[in-house]
Design a binder for this molecule. Structure first.
Ligand code: FAD
Length: 507
């Protein structure tokens, strides 16, 4: 072989132009390495899903291409990406080494520094995203204007999605205000389509290797691990969930673990599905639906993928590596233990954590307004919050996890990504979900032994960050409300909040 081509575990893009031509002089390389299994404590299902998907991809590719696949237990495996590459390059005396642009800064740096002697090195596009890594610098010249909405409109225009000439279909760009319904108590929700991929061997391999993981896993993995399964999941979503997607996008309910959400993030982040294909299939279904899928539903979905998903990636590349160290609110507390086992008296937190451990999944509002909200109110150090989100979710890869967690959810960037902190008292959780009825705590109580911890910690957060947040125009009303209360009432709340903060593990 003359050329080595590296395929990373999240580059399972079978449509990549690399694979258009069969070439005898090219060896594709994939590897399962401890470097990747150990940089954070991953959910077991996440490791299983990535390895199973990589193996299925290698298997399919091997029909037409030469592949070297280093398994976790292969004797030659050094478990370091670059040591393995050096070994293979030397062994076959390769003249050229190519790789697709990694999505993570960590791997990008590693490969930029990798310079095997007498070998020409090339980085090619991963041919997955709609916008380029430097999309932010291309479109915005100062940080104040980095709004997602502006970015989203540009991408929609550029691709002509839901456009009528240069106007948005229906006359409005955004139907977000129609997307905030509570789930009616009696409404049937679709039973999620799951798979039963046999991962007995992989499970044994991971256990034998002694990799530290979190979460539950069985011999049957419910996540899609092939392109075919990913497309089945997309079809299922379009048929059963898209007609109500936007409407219940912000809903919380203990009656289901994914409600009307797509669960396509793993398939997209591993590149088994392309974002364009997902969006175009959904738009086509909308156009042929005779009104069953309304504009507000399809617009809400398209915005998540061509807006949010591309936007957070652009932020990531514009702001790394500094972004990973931001802690503008100077939060220092440790993540409460119940994030790791789910045993807490707060019903909403219990449900969100338990289902995350069970399925390696929580939908956006659970991540943002339940677990994220609580960590922010409690003042947990963003490093600890990041490590948890990066480990626990099936779709967690740093380029998308980090801006969402540190930026959107923890406000650790001081407001680059979110114009105000996503914090709420128990009131919001009660409005959007049904947990509070069965909770140990009382959501209607502002203080006292049974008061909902979200209520107390919320005002503590407001008080402790008043210097920074009081002048934020979106927070002014909250400060007015807080400052109008009796000084004695404020003191009672803050004192009790302090007691909760001193004993977070026991809430
Ligand atoms: P749906 O709700 O059905 O949305 C459809 C698709 O839109 C998703 O598959 C995803 O590709 C995209 N999308 C929606 N919101 C976002 C967003 N804010 N950023 C990027 N893409 C978005 N997403 C990840 O893919 N990986 C992560 O590690 C991750 N970590 C997060 C951490 C926190 C604290 C928060 C608040 C959000 C995080 N998200 C992450 C974004 C979002 O919650 C998930 O993309 C979504 O829950 C995945 O489930 P779904 O496919 O059912 O999404």
């Amino acid at each position: 072989y003359r050329e080595i081509r590296l395929i990373l575990g999240d580059q399972l893009n079978v449509s990549h132009s690399w694979f258009h031509q069969q070439r005898d002089d090219t060896l594709y390389v994939m590897m399962e390495i401890r470097q990747e299994t150990d940089y954070v404590r991953h959910h077991k299902q996440k490791l299983l899903a990535f390895f199973a998907a990589m193996r299925a991809f290698a298997n399919a590719l091997s029909n037409r291409h030469e592949i070297l696949y280093l398994a976790l237990d292969s004797r030659q495996n050094t478990h370091s990406l670059t040591d393995n590459l050096t070994m293979i390059i030397e062994h076959i005396k390769a003249e050229s080494f190519s790789y697709q642009a990694p999505d993570e800064w960590r791997l990008d740096e590693l490969l930029l520094r990798f310079k095997p002697p007498q070998v020409s090195v090339h980085m090619v596009d991963s041919e997955h995203f709609l916008t380029s890594r430097d999309a932010l610098q291309q479109h915005f010249d100062n940080d104040n204007a980095l709004l997602m909405e502006t970015f989203y409109r540009r991408v929609r225009r550029q691709y002509g999605y839901l456009m009528d000439g240069d106007k948005p279909v229906g006359g409005k760009w955004n139907y977000d205000h129609e997307n905030r319904n509570k789930l009616p108590a009696k409404q049937d929700i679709p039973t999620p389509l799951t798979f039963a991929n046999d991962v007995t061997g992989l499970l044994q391999l991971i256990d034998d290797a002694g990799i530290e993981t979190m979460g539950n896993a069985s011999k049957e993995l419910l996540w899609p691990v092939t392109r075919q399964q990913s497309r089945q999941l997309l079809d299922f979503f379009i048929r059963h969930c898209l007609p109500d997607f936007g409407r219940y996008q912000d809903a919380l309910s203990e009656r289901g673990w994914s409600l009307y959400h797509a669960r396509l993030s793993f398939s997209m982040n591993s590149k088994m599905l392309s974002p364009r294909e997902v969006v175009e299939r959904a738009i086509e279904a909308y156009q042929h639906s005779d009104g069953a899928i309304t504009l507000a539903q399809i617009e809400g979905f398209v915005r998540q993928i061509i807006g949010w998903r591309e936007y957070v990636r652009a932020i990531y590349w514009a702001k790394m590596p500094d972004y990973a160290a931001h802690n503008k609110l100077q939060h220092q507390r440790k993540l409460p233990d119940f994030y790791w086992h789910g045993r807490t008296k707060m019903a909403c937190m219990q449900h969100a954590v338990e289902q995350s451990l069970e399925y390696a999944y929580a939908h956006h509002i659970q991540r943002l307004m339940v677990t994220g909200n609580f960590a922010l109110l409690a003042g947990v150090h963003p490093d600890q919050v990041d490590a948890w989100y990066l480990g626990i979710y099936i779709d967690a890869i740093e380029w998308v996890e980090l801006p969402n967690t540190r930026g959107m959810s923890q406000f650790a960037d001081g407001g680059l990504l979110a114009t105000k902190p996503y914090v709420s008292s128990g009131n919001y959780l009660n409005k959007m979900g049904h947990y509070c009825k069965s909770c140990h705590y009382n959501v209607n109580q502002r203080s006292g032994e049974d008061a909902c911890p979200f209520n107390l910690l919320y005002w503590h957060f407001i008080e402790r960050h008043k210097d920074r947040l009081r002048h934020n125009h979106r927070m002014r009303m909250i400060y007015r409300q807080w400052e109008q209360r009796d000084a004695s009432e404020r003191e009672v709340i803050l004192k009790q909040a302090e007691r909760y903060l001193a004993d977070l593990d026991n809430l």
